[in-house]
Design a protein around this ligand. Structure first.
Ligand SMILES: Cc1cc2nc3c(=O)[nH]c(=O)nc-3n(C[C@H](O)[C@H](O)[C@H](O)COP(=O)(O)OP(=O)(O)OC[C@H]3O[C@@H](n4cnc5c(N)ncnc54)[C@H](O)[C@@H]3O)c2cc1C
Length: 423
């Protein structure tokens, strides 16, 4: 630990566990009830500490560095299903339940969550909502904020607040469920959420299509707009990413590759694959049903692969994705684009110095900003975070974020340092 951190009062030993970015917690609370959680928050507030919510601890390094000493509040003891009226296709679950356990409960009724979460046997629902994580099916099924209809959370005064409801038709009041989704534990500790769920699809196909050059993507995206095919995922991989994603299914992954995911009943999937052949491209490999599983899993897990110390996520217009990808060498970057949404997951390959990383981030961020997009750094060593702004260049909209933070967390108790405008 450096002298600066010691002077700021950070504990040297990880006796109470990690907070992320090499910082250790001053204490850990493991509430078994919401009342105990409220009490833990009140006691940290009274002692002038800080509250760092935790679930599966799989994404603790995400965001800015924790700014001042404080306690971990481990929500994993709150892991019950509160209500599951499956015929209404909603479920209310406590935030500490793992995503895999939740998927298991839903599967018993032939239903599923709509967003992809990597590492679901460790990641909790609260963590997934707090990080706003999503994967390849975002194109067809949306993000966590599109699934959530109700939320309960504990604010910095140690009181549980509820927003939204347990039924889909509920539009009264502030939309706390969407506000809390992606807020990274900086507005409150999520205790439970109500989600829309859907039936498991009867059939699934993954189309694997090689390209000679990245620019081919533009023609395919244009063809999709004119096509009757309704994929749930349109993924585009550079040769390095195609090798990572294709390997588990033995697919040749050394070229630019388009992966199209189709899910529906058997007849519809078969019809859509035929339609794809007529309207988009004629030569491709198709995986079906069980055989698609490893590829779905590796498309979902790509964002948490760590082939090097640096990972970024860019948001672009879909029409700019091919040009953005083409400018990056495949021996330095593995690149996965959720191409239909314009989101690019960038994994830096091999060794990088801080200077090389700062230069690359700055160049790619400038390119993204030029086109009205943005780029965040989703993973890098803590020591680099002072130089590489993980949330990008300050934007006018950050003032709104700060105002919401002040309104919901006036003492700045929750996850200080983590979020935009704070680092
Ligand atoms: C950048 C990034 C890196 C990732 N890396 C990995 C990885 O290496 N391995 C892997 O398996 N998955 C990884 N994931 C996916 C990760 O599993 C999901 O984001 C996941 O849902 C996090 O859940 P968790 O329970 O582990 O959260 P945690 O890691 O415990 O917490 C993540 C963040 O969410 C906040 N949080 C957690 N629970 C709550 C709550 N109840 N209320 C309020 N805030 C809360 C925490 O304060 C923290 O800031 C990563 C995701 C992202 C976005």
């Amino acid at each position: 630990m450096n002298r600066e951190a010691q002077a700021a009062g950070w504990p040297e030993s990880p006796g109470s566990g990690p907070l992320g970015d090499g910082r250790c917690a001053t204490a850990v609370h493991r509430p078994a009830t919401v009342d105990e959680l409220c009490e833990a928050v009140r006691s940290e507030a009274a002692s002038g500490g800080a509250v760092y919510p935790q679930g599966g601890r799989s994404a603790l390094d995400y965001g800015g560095t924790p700014a001042r000493p404080g306690a971990a509040v481990d929500v994993s003891g709150l892991d019950q299903v509160v209500d599951y009226p499956h015929a209404d296709m909603t479920i209310t679950v406590q935030a500490g339940m793992t995503v895999a356990a939740l998927q298991g409960v839903l599967a018993e009724k032939q239903q599923r969550l709509l967003f992809d979460v990597p590492g679901g046997d460790r990641a909790t629902l609260g963590g997934a909502l707090a990080t706003g994580v999503c994967g390849p099916r975002r194109y067809g099924l949306g993000r966590p904020r599109d699934s959530i209809i109700g939320v309960s959370f504990v604010t910095s005064n140690g009181v549980e607040v509820k927003g939204g409801g347990r039924v889909v038709k509920n539009v009264a009041g502030y939309d706390f469920p969407k506000l809390l989704t992606g807020s990274l534990g900086t507005l409150g500790v999520i205790t439970q959420a109500t989600l829309k769920v859907r039936p498991l699809p009867g059939a699934s196909a993954l189309i694997w299509l090689r390209a000679d050059r990245p620019e081919q993507l533009d023609a395919w995206l244009a063809a999709f707009h004119a096509s009757a095919v309704r994929p749930v995922a349109i993924e585009f991989l550079n040769p390095s990413a195609a090798a990572i994603v294709g390997e588990p299914a033995g697919l040749d992954g050394r070229s630019w590759t388009l992966v199209v995911g189709i899910e529906d009943d058997e007849k519809s999937v078969a019809w859509q694959v035929d339609q794809f052949r007529r309207e988009v491209a004629s030569e491709f490999d198709v995986l079906r049903d069980e055989a698609t599983r490893p590829i779905w899993a590796s498309l979902t897990a790509f964002q948490v692969a760590a082939p090097g110390p640096l990972a970024c996520t860019a948001s672009l217009r879909p029409s700019r994705v091919a040009a953005f990808l083409a400018g990056m060498p495949a021996d330095r970057w593995a690149l996965q684009a959720h191409a239909g949404n314009g989101v690019v997951r960038m994994q830096g390959l091999g060794a990088w110095t801080e200077g090389e990383a700062a230069e690359a981030v700055s160049a790619r961020r400038a390119e993204a900003l030029r086109d009205g997009g943005d780029l965040i750094v989703s993973r890098c060593p803590a020591a680099w975070k002072g130089r590489i702004r993980v949330w990008g260049e300050p934007r006018g909209s950050w003032a709104l974020g700060r105002a919401v933070k002040r309104a919901l967390d006036p003492p700045g108790l929750m996850n200080p340092g983590r979020f935009v405008g704070e680092a």
